[in-house]
Design a binder for this molecule. Sequence first.
Ligand SMILES: Nc1ncnc2c1ncn2[C@@H]1O[C@H](COP(=O)(O)OP(=O)(O)OP(=O)(O)O)[C@@H](O)[C@H]1O
Ligand SMILES: [Mg+2]
Length: 173
Amino acid sequence: MKIELISHSPSETVRIGEKIGKLLKKGSILGLTGNLGAGKTTMIQGIARGLGVDKKQYVRSPSFTLAHQYKGKLPVYHLDLYRLNTKEINSLGYEEYVFGDGVCIIEWIEKMGKVPMEEWLHINLKFLKKEEHRKITVNAKGKYEKLIKELAKIVKPSRPTCQLLAKASRRKC
Ligand SMILES: Nc1ncnc2c1ncn2[C@@H]1O[C@H](COP(=O)(O)OP(=O)(O)OP(=O)(O)O)[C@@H](O)[C@H]1O
Ligand SMILES: [Mg+2]
């Protein structure tokens, strides 16, 4: 199950992230994909805010370490795999973050090759023609499908998703 949203600005992406963050639970695993500068870290700033991470804990990509950790209502682990190859990732010990006691958010999750976790929430950001516009696709399998249903109630999905939801639940677009 997936939901497609259009963001028109960085702050809108943060707001969408915040809504997603509020729906996350202990043990949630999120993987973000999208080209350089698409807005993955911007989205994670919102997710962290939704998880109760205050603004003083500045959310930025971990450049020289594997992970940043933030304190919210749950521990938030932020991994960025951009500079690593699959072999390096496998020898780094990401498991303590992924199977830890908080929420684990992974930028460039595709660098893992075949993702070793069974269930995770996939967020993809794509550039659209207008400079500040992005298509955000949130894709869920298994236990994360409930989150998509909750999210659909509090955001405005783009037309194709809205039509899908309308079919399933007599919702108006
Ligand atoms: N709608 C939007 N959503 C998110 N970011 C946007 C949007 N419009 C413009 N931007 C700008 O695009 C840039 C996104 O940068 P960000 O670091 O979040 O991307 P990223 O996907 O994490 O990049 P990288 O792959 O280098 O880690 C920021 O400068 C942000 O202000
Ligand atoms: Mg980034």
